[in-house]
Ligand binder design. Structure first.
Ligand SMILES: C[S@@+](CC[C@H](N)C(=O)[O-])C[C@H]1O[C@@H](n2cnc3c(N)ncnc32)[C@H](O)[C@@H]1O
Length: 477
């Protein structure tokens, strides 16, 4: 680990231990909003769905002609992956069709990990301070916290890995432990618009702990993980990213962290659990609305548990009435998730609009359930190229985004970006300039200014500004 400390020192970072959290990454100088704190290539990664295994693209794909499992977009990616894939390919080719179908991304991640370790041990692939198996060994596994059921699943997966690799010395218990490490440490690789592409293990980035109110953000440039400061981080600050979607009540966030990452979060936001501010925030995010439509107070359960009372105007909402609407929403949601409905955007939109109508009666106007429904409608409208209505929905989501996310958050930036693009396309140039400027202000910090995505956004903003100037000068004439 000496080597790692030296490599991190060169990047103005250190590792220290924080009570209740274990290792943590700490700044050794001041970092400013948008500064890259650390970049890392994955130790191993896999694409999910049908994508090129090298660059995650979905165009010009052809399957490896030998193993029929892995896809490449061309010879360049195939060559760059060859040393590792040669061994993986050999192992996969031995499988019959049925077994080959059971090779999930997690199984492939494990195969690649073992093969890469072997290649590094044999010095066929070089090791560096930030790229070696010792870093994987140091990752937390939380073996004592996993359920019996999960353990059985890991053991089954480990057996499959054993069967594929056919290495006599392989240790099933060790593989199961590494599966647990994947669960606690691997990251979902996303594109610039935060759509998931694959999964990767970045053992140095994995030293970074979670906060529900993070000071940094993890984004990806291709398969390189990039952690950027969201705010000024004075020397000696613990770098914190969010592992989960933070727009949820404390209970929802803690449940997600416990289930997916096996820990109880001790961040400043979570330690406020039960305090008035936390109760109020949660009741707005996931609670019911006041019966009086002009009141935006939040509701809490009455002491007898039989109803909910608005904390602003005192009006009572009956539990049965709430239950009735909630049941109608549930039935409609089940209908919407049927393959026949989700494949037909028009049908999906009409069901989700019914859900939206019921949710506006049930939930607080700043509810995340409502935000998610509107987001689903927006996406379907975009698919159908119903731009004007899509813009209306996008605008409806923005106030909720502003409320549930901090001022600098990639999802808020991306929502302004969608809004700006739609406005520009619909020739609402003045509005487009405002929305795109807001998008740039956020995304230049979260994504950096050198990525193709942000460069394109900057060009779009420049063009929209030029168009606005032209429109204004033509009006004056
Ligand atoms: C990806 S690792 C982060 C590095 C880890 N601290 C280590 O020592 O390797 C995730 C683990 O760190 C700990 N952790 C991260 N954030 C935490 C938080 N906010 N509260 C409590 N534990 C946390 C948990 O044990 C979690 O499973």
């Amino acid at each position: 680990m000496e080597e790692l400390h030296k490599a991190l020192k060169d990047r103005d970072l250190t590792v220290s231990t924080v009570h209740g959290k274990g290792r943590s990454l700490v700044t050794a100088r001041d970092f400013y909003p948008g500064d890259v704190i650390i970049n890392q290539e994955p130790y191993v990664c896999v694409s999910t769905h049908k994508r090129c295994d090298g660059c995650f693209r979905t165009t010009n794909l052809s399957k490896c002609s030998r193993c029929h499992v892995v896809w490449y977009c061309g010879t360049s990616c195939q060559k760059s992956e060859w040393r590792l894939h040669r061994l993986e390919c050999e192992a996969l080719s031995r499988l019959d069709d049925r077994k080959r179908k059971s090779v999930t991304p997690s199984i492939r991640l494990m195969l690649k990990l073992y093969l890469r370790r072997k290649l590094q041990d044999e010095k066929i692939i070089p090791s560096t301070a930030m790229d070696n198996y010792k870093l994987v060994e140091a990752l937390v596994a939380h073996m004592s916290d996993i359920t019996e059921e999960q353990l059985v699943l890991y053991a089954q997966m480990a057996n499959l890995v054993h069967l594929i690799l056919q290495w006599p010395e392989i240790n099933i218990k060790e593989i199961a432990e590494i599966f647990s490490k994947f669960a606690c440490n691997a990251h979902t690789i996303c594109d610039s618009e935060l759509r998931p592409l694959g999964t990767g293990l970045y053992p140095v980035v994995s030293i970074i702990n979670h906060s529900c109110l993070p000071n940094s953000v993890l984004v990806f440039e291709g398969r390189i993980a990039s952690v950027r400061a969201l705010q000024q981080l004075p020397k000696g600050t613990e770098v914190l990213i969010s592992y989960i979607e933070t727009a949820g009540s404390t209970v929802t966030r803690q449940k997600a962290l416990k289930e997916q990452y096996l820990f109880t979060c001790v961040c400043p936001l979570c330690s406020k659990v039960g305090q008035y501010d936390d109760v109020r925030k949660n009741a707005i995010l996931e609670g019911y609305r006041c019966k009086n439509e002009t009141c935006d107070g939040f509701l809490l359960r009455t002491t007898d548990g039989q109803a909910f009372q608005c904390q602003e105007c005192g009006l009572i909402r009956d539990k049965e009435e709430i239950k009735k609407i909630a049941t109608e929403i549930k039935l409609l949601s089940e209908e919407a998730s049927k393959p026949s409905s989700s494949a037909n955007f028009q049908e999906a939109i009409s069901i989700y609009k019914m859900i939206e109508k019921l949710q506006t009666k049930l939930y607080h106007p700043f509810s995340i359930n409502l935000m998610q429904t509107r987001e689903t409608i927006l996406k379907s409208l975009m698919k159908l190229e119903h731009w004007r209505e899509a813009l209306a929905y996008c605008k409806l989501t923005i106030p909720i985004y502003q409320r549930v996310y901090p001022a600098v958050h990639p999802l808020l930036g991306l929502q302004y970006y969608t809004c700006g693009k739609l406005e520009w396309y619909l020739e609402d140039t003045e509005e487009a300039v405002i929305s795109l400027t807001k998008a740039v202000d956020i995304l230049r910090i979260t994504h950096g200014t050198n990525t193709p995505f942000v460069k394109e956004l900057l060009t779009m903003l420049e063009e929209a500004r030029a168009e606005l100037t032209y429109k204004s000068s033509s009006k004056e004439e």
